[in-house]
Ligand binder design. Structure first.
Ligand SMILES: Nc1ncnc2c1ncn2[C@@H]1O[C@H](COP(=O)(O)OP(=O)(O)O)[C@@H](O)[C@H]1O
Ligand SMILES: [Mg+2]
Length: 260
């Protein structure tokens, strides 16, 4: 197992945000966490990347207990994160933002940079532009590209589709599928549960700091409780937009017009 979260409890002051979360992510998977605002999704990702300390429980990565490892070292062992709200550096160029993703590494980064530009041609076109002048969708691409610069084994994505128009949402999901196809394991947090479940292998449902359900992602698409709570209710999956295969959707994503 690549990533194992064992019974983690995390607090903000006296407030318990995570009350015993257990989950695992196997190499090569896309796993999604779904749940309402405040369920603990962001806190779970921050605990994995080392931005929040554990009160109790354990985080294991590649078989090693990393519960007390500082965040910058977790980047080096292979945990990459694109944070909620993107967190790009607005005054820095796109390219310098990308280099920041690999600050903990040394050596030649031209190969990583070329791969990010291949995945996101829009970033290549705008590499000298200030990050803060990019559109919402482009900033999301930049946040993901920056995380990829450190060659993560697992990529943690926190609400990558937040605030984006449907067409951009589709592009971001297609790119996530492509990143996974190229060998990166993905742990995806999404409010857009429908699309997240369509691209994921497995899913966990979080409620108020607990895992209340875990299953194959496609099974949750047909789960009446999940449908009612997270998929806008209704029966049957006919309205579901099928996830486009990466081979066809990514080239389209590259040529899409500049809008969000
Ligand atoms: N910085 C913070 N200070 C205090 N409480 C927080 C903070 N961040 C999150 N929380 C609380 O922790 C719980 C989980 O939040 P979060 O992980 O952000 O949920 P989600 O990402 O699922 O919306 C919520 O009750 C939230 O109010
Ligand atoms: Mg959140």
């Amino acid at each position: 197992m690549l990533l194992e979260i064992q019974d983690i409890h995390v607090h903000y002051g006296k407030i318990a945000a995570l009350k015993g979360i257990t989950l695992e992510v196997d190499e090569g998977e896309i796993v999604t966490l779904i749940g309402a605002n405040g369920a603990g999704k962001t806190t779970t990702l921050k605990t994995i990347s080392g931005l929040r300390p554990l009160t109790s429980g354990r985080v294991r990565f590649n078989g090693d207990d990393i519960s007390r490892m500082p965040g910058h070292k977790r980047v080096l062992v292979g945990i990459g994160q694109s944070p909620e709200g993107r967190g790009i550096f607005p005054g820095m160029t796109v390219e310098d933002n990308l280099y920041m993703g690999a600050y903990a590494r040394s050596g030649d980064l031209s190969k990583e940079l070329a791969e990010v530009y291949e995945l996101f041609p829009r970033l290549a076109e705008r590499k000298t532009q200030a990050g803060g002048t990019m559109s919402g969708g482009e900033q999301q691409m930049l946040a993901i590209g920056r995380a990829l610069m450190a060659r993560p084994k697992v990529l943690l994505l926190d609400e990558p589709s937040m605030g984006l128009a449907p067409k951009l949402v589709q592009q971001i999901f297609s790119i996530i599928v492509e990143i996974n196809r190229r060998g990166t394991t993905v742990l995806l947090v999404e409010q857009n549960a429908q699309q997240a479940l369509q691209i994921a292998n497995r899913a966990y449902v979080l409620e108020t700091g607990h895992v209340v359900k875990s299953a194959q992602a496609h099974a949750l698409l047909d789960d009446p409780e999940v449908r009612a709570a997270y998929l806008g209710g209704g029966a049957g999956g006919e309205a579901a937009v099928a996830a486009a295969p990466a081979e066809t959707s990514v080239p389209e994503a590259r040529e899409a017009p500049d809008e969000e």
